[in-house]
Design a protein around this ligand. Structure first.
Ligand code: ADP
Ligand code: MG
Length: 399
């Protein structure tokens, strides 16, 4: 689960991380009121979307010469103009994809005079199974570009969970950023607070870009991207409330309401599978046959007719889907019940693309007979390989 920059900064501030003052705003008037509470003379009006690259982004409605989603303002009138420009308009950045994201919230924050910009992130390193800190002197730019062009400028250190964050970790971060004296102390302090915030919130990622040195020698977090481990949200009710559903993929949101694990992908074969492992195997075997899955979808163990129907609707709501492969292993769940569910769902949603069904497990013969007798154009398959070959053939035939 991701949150907005302003939410991330409010959270980090509670852990003692230095951030400039700022207020969220949902309207132009609120933005002006927010600015009035700041000392000035420089304000920054920032579009709040769950994507980076806002500064260099472009608004669809404003033409190529207009400024992006992070704007400096020197007067309240400039704050008003910037807010009016952004709210309700669609910001396209390197991270949003072509469709962009509509800006519904703003953050009005203190403008600081920047001497230097760094990059500092805390994340889970799956390789070492530890929390890692990533530091770079190349802040304020796309870190993927830095990693690609000048990998030597990225320093990673992992933190032994048995010791937690130690003073030497702080010194290593400061050294990686090339800092000495008081700024080195500040960097060590920021790093230790970020680590505490990461642990305390069950975060999966905290990315600060930029971490700025101001003209008067202070280290400040100017941008923060924070994501949490969704599986830990049950013990952070206060954080769960920060969720902004308008930022999520509508199909994934709908799926979460039915407790379906659904992730949209780029291919054209919709998959409906029970069990995450089988879902992964199904996607693999589709690829093995030269096509690409349109989604990952695990309907879970107790797939009811309602769940199967919801799953079909979600799969079909993706215009890229040109065929559906249902791959169900009936264990506790019986194949005949699943067959009934598939037929009911297929009738309800007026299935418009080829459907290949592979059933295996308890009452499989009964399940197959129900499907065969349904009168629906369902292509039965015998095993995983057969199913994948058939759905790829069906989709190619239709193309
Ligand atoms: P994004 O990464 O989405 O483009 P950032 O918050 O990093 O958005 O802003 C882009 C750039 O704008 C920063 O690298 C920084 O140079 C400048 N900036 C952001 N916030 C401030 C601020 N409070 N004061 C001065 N400059 C800022
Ligand atoms: Mg940034």
């Amino acid at each position: 689960m991701n949150i907005h920059e302003y939410q991330a900064k409010e959270l980090l501030a509670k852990f003692g991380v230095p951030v400039p003052a700022g207020y969220a705003a949902m309207s132009v008037e609120e933005a002006v009121e927010a600015a009035k509470q700041l000392p000035g003379p420089l304000y920054v009006v920032k579009a709040q979307i769950h994507a980076g690259g806002r500064g260099k982004g472009k608004f669809k409605e404003l033409g190529p010469d207009a400024k992006g989603g992070v704007r400096l303002a020197k007067t309240l009138d400039e704050v008003r103009a910037a807010a009016a420009d952004m709210l309700g308009n669609t910001l396209v950045t390197v991270q949003t994809g072509e469709a962009g994201k509509q800006v519904q919230r703003l953050y009005v924050t203190d403008g600081v005079d920047i001497a230097k910009e760094f990059y500092l992130a805390v994340l889970v390193d799956r390789g070492t199974g530890r929390i890692a800190m990533v530091a770079s002197t190349e802040g304020g730019m796309d870190i993927e570009t830095v990693a690609h062009d000048t990998p030597e400028k990225i320093h990673t250190l992992d933190i032994d969970p048995a010791t937690g964050f130690m003073p030497h970790h702080g010194r290593a971060v400061a050294a990686a950023l090339g800092l000495t004296g008081d700024l080195a102390k500040q960097a060590a302090n920021v790093a230790s607070k970020l680590y505490a915030a990461f642990l305390g919130t069950d975060a999966s990622q905290i990315e600060i870009n930029p971490l700025a040195v101001t003209d008067d020698g202070k280290l400040m977090v100017l941008d923060a991207k924070v994501g949490f481990d969704s599986n830990a949200m049950f013990r952070h009710k206060d954080l769960a409330e920060l969720r902004d559903e308008s930022e999520e993929d509508p199909a994934e949101l709908e799926a979460s309401k039915y407790d379906l694990a659904y992730i949209k992908l780029d291919g054209n074969i919709g998959c409906m599978v029970n069990g995450a492992g089988l879902a992964m195997a199904t996607m693999d075997i589709i690829k093995l046959n030269g096509a690409f899955p349109a989604n990952f979808l695990d309907v879970g163990g107790g797939a009811s007719k309602e769940k199967v129907t919801a799953a079909f609707k979600i799969i079909l709501s993706d215009p890229a889907v040109k065929g559906i492969l249902v791959n169900i292993f009936g264990g506790i769940m019986r194949c005949d019940i699943i067959a009934d569910g598939i037929i009911a769902a297929a009738k309800e949603v007026h299935l418009s693309v080829p459907l290949v069904v592979r059933l295996e497990g308890t009452n499989v013969e009964e399940g197959k007979r129900i499907l065969a007798d349904s009168g629906l154009a369902i292509v039965p398959a015998n095993d995983l390989g057969d199913a994948a070959r058939k759905i790829v053939a069906e989709v190619n035939k239709a193309a």
